[in-house]
Design a protein around this ligand. Structure first.
Ligand SMILES: [Zn+2]
Length: 456
C-alpha cells in the first residue's frame, strides 16, 4: 500500500489491510472441494470455509491450465492475455508452441524448445502486452508480491536461473520461486521434480510457502499447487482424495507457520480456488483425421485449426465427427457456434449479446463471453473445437487420459471451479475476478479491461 494510504489508515484508526494469500489448487472440482469440506477430509480448507464465503465460479475457455492461470493472474480472458491453448501454432514464427500436454508431446515439439516456451516465452513474449499481471500492478503500488511455481509470473524483477541449462534471467515478482529453476531466496526447500506422483512438486511449494510465511515476506502471495491435477488426470475427477489431503496439509503448513489458526486469520485474507475443473474421459479422437486442410492443435478436451482459407467448410466437415461437440469460428462481424449442422450466431451488443439460431449450443456457463474471447485471441486458430462429454483429443504424440480425467471444453464440469474467500470484500463469480479483487483489497485501481467487481 502507498505510504500515504497507510498514514490515512492509522489516523482514522482503521484496521490495517491484511496481507493476501491466493491458493490455486490445479484441477480441483467444486464437488470434490465441497465434499472434503463437508466431511472434514480437508481440515484446513474446512477451517477456512468456516470463516469465509464459498461459491462456484466460472473458468476461461479453453479450460486448460496455461489459459486459466493467465486469466487468474491478469483478470482477463484470452482476448486480452492472448494465451490460447496448451499447444498452438505461432503464426509469426511459423512453429508449434507446446507447453507440456504430455512428455511425448514435449518430445515431439522439441524438448528444448518446449522448455524455453514454458519457462520463458509464455511470460516474456506470448502473454499479451495489454494484459497487466497482479504482480506488476501491486508492485507498481509499492507492495511486495511473491509467486510459487505458477507458470504465469510476469513481473519486473530479473531472476537468474539456478541451473546451467537455462541461460537467461526470468522477469518475475520480487519473491519468485519456480520449481528450483529460479529462486529469489535461499529457502532450503527440497528439489521439486523428484517424484511427481508422490507429490514432490507441491512438497517444494509447501516448504517455500512455510519459509515465506515464517518471515512475513510478502504482501501478496500466489501459492500454486499443481499435483492435484496430475493425480486427477490419472485417477479421474472426484477420486484423487490422497492428493487433496496433501494439498490441504500444504495449506495447513502455512497456517502453522503463522502461529496457528487465529494468528493466520489475524494476518491474512485468503482466496482458495482452482483454475479449471475436470470430467471423466473414456474415448479418444484424433481431430486431424477429420480436417482436410490447415494445422490442427489438439490436446485434452479442446482443439484448434489454423487456416489460410475460409473456416466454414472446415467447420462443416466436423459435423458428426467423433468427440466434437461445439465448433466455433468467426464470420464477418459475428461469431458462429456450430453443432452437428445447427448454428448459433452471436455478437456483442450495447447491452449483452445479439444472438440468432439455436441458443442451446452455447448454454454452458458464461459460454457466449468465453467463446467470443477465445476467438478474439490473435494466437487462436480460426476454428476452436470444444470436445463432447467423455471425449478427449489425442495430443501431438497421440497421448491422452482415457480412463481418467481431463478438461478443456466449454462444459460445466471442465469450467466450474470452487471459489472460497476469507476477508475479501468482493463476489468472485469468475476466475477473472480474482486479480481485480486482489487489487481492490490493497486499494489499487484495476486495469480498464477488467469487468467491475460485485461487492460481497
Ligand atoms: Zn490438467
Amino acid at each position: 500500500m502507498p505510504s500515504g494510504m497507510r498514514a490515512f489508515a492509522r489516523s482514522q484508526r482503521i484496521e490495517p489491510t491484511k496481507k493476501l494469500i491466493l491458493v490455486v489448487i490445479d484441477g480441483l472440482t467444486p464437488s470434490m472441494f465441497e465434499a472434503a469440506v463437508a466431511d472434514r477430509a480437508a481440515p484446513t480448507l474446512a477451517f477456512l470455509a468456516a470463516h469465509g464465503r464459498y461459491r462456484r465460479a466460472v473458468s476461461a475457455f479453453p479450460s486448460l491450465t496455461p489459459v486459466c492461470l493467465s486469466s487468474l493472474v491478469t483478470g482477463s480472458l484470452p482476448d486480452v492475455h492472448e494465451i490460447p491453448h496448451l499447444v498452438w501454432w505461432n503464426r509469426a514464427e511459423q512453429r508449434l508452441v507446446e507447453y507440456g500436454s504430455s512428455f511425448g508431446a514435449v518430445r515431439a515439439a522439441g524438448t528444448r524448445r518446449s522448455l524455453q516456451d514454458t519457462v520463458y516465452e509464455l511470460n516474456a513474449t506470448h502473454l499479451g502486452q495489454r494484459a497487466v499481471t497482479v504482480y506488476e500492478a501491486l508492485e507498481e503500488a509499492g507492495l511486495t508480491t511473491a509467486a510459487v511455481n505458477i507458470t504465469c509470473y510476469r513481473g519486473r524483477t530479473a531472476h537468474r536461473p539456478t541451473v546451467p541449462v537455462l541461460t537467461r534471467p526470468a522477469y518475475g515478482p520480487k519473491r519468485f520461486f519456480f520449481y528450483n529453476l529460479f529462486e529469489s531466496d535461499v529457502t532450503g526447500a527440497p528439489l521439486a521434480v523428484r517424484n511427481r506422483p508422490a507429490g514432490t512438486i507441491d512438497a517444494y511449494a509447501e516448504a517455500v510457502g512455510r519459509w515465506l510465511v515464517t518471515r512475513d515476506g510478502f504482501d501478496f502471495l500466489v501459492f500454486y499447487l499443481s499435483d492435484y491435477d496430475y493425480a486427477s488426470h490419472a485417477q479421474g475427477p472426484d477420486a484423487a482424495h490422497e492428493a487433496l489431503a496433501r494439498c490441504d496439509a500444504a495449506v495447513g503448513s502455512l497456517v502453522s507457520a503463522a502461529g496457528g489458526e487465529e494468528d493466520f486469520l489475524e494476518r491474512y485474507a485468503v482466496v482458495v480456488c482452482a483454475d479449471h475443473g475436470q470430467t471423466p474421459v473414456a474415448e479418444v479422437a484424433r481431430l486431424g483425421e477429420h480436417v482436410a486442410t490447415g494445422r490442427v492443435t489438439g490436446s485434452n478436451r479442446a482443439g484448434m485449426v489454423y487456416l489460410d482459407g475460409e473456416a466454414r467448410p472446415v467447420a462443416e466437415g466436423l459435423d458428426g465427427a467423433p468427440g466434437v461437440d461445439v465448433v466455433l469460428f468467426r464470420e464477418g462481424d459475428e461469431a458462429v457456434a456450430r453443432r452437428d449442422g445447427e448454428e448459433l450466431r452471436f455478437e456483442r451488443a450495447a447491452e449483452g449479446w445479439a444472438t440468432s439460431g439455436d441458443a442451446s449450443i452455447l448454454d454452458q456457463p458464461n459460454a457466449l463471453e468465453r467463446s467470443w474471447a477465445a476467438l478474439a485471441n490473435p494466437n487462436a486458430g480460426e476454428l476452436i473445437v470444444s470436445a463432447a462429454a467423455g471425449w478427449e483429443f489425442a495430443d501431438l504424440a497421440g497421448r491422452h487420459h482415457a480412463g481418467g480425467g481431463s478438461h478443456g471444453s466449454l462444459l460445466a464440469g471442465d469450467s466450474e471451479v470452487p471459489m472460497l474467500t476469507v476477508g475479501v470484500d468482493a463476489e468472485l463469480a469468475s476466475i477473472t475476478d480474482v486479480m481485480p479483487a486482489a487489487l481492490a483489497h490493497f486499494d489499487v485501481t484495476a486495469p480498464a479491461y477488467a469487468r467491475p467487481l460485485a461487492r460481497a
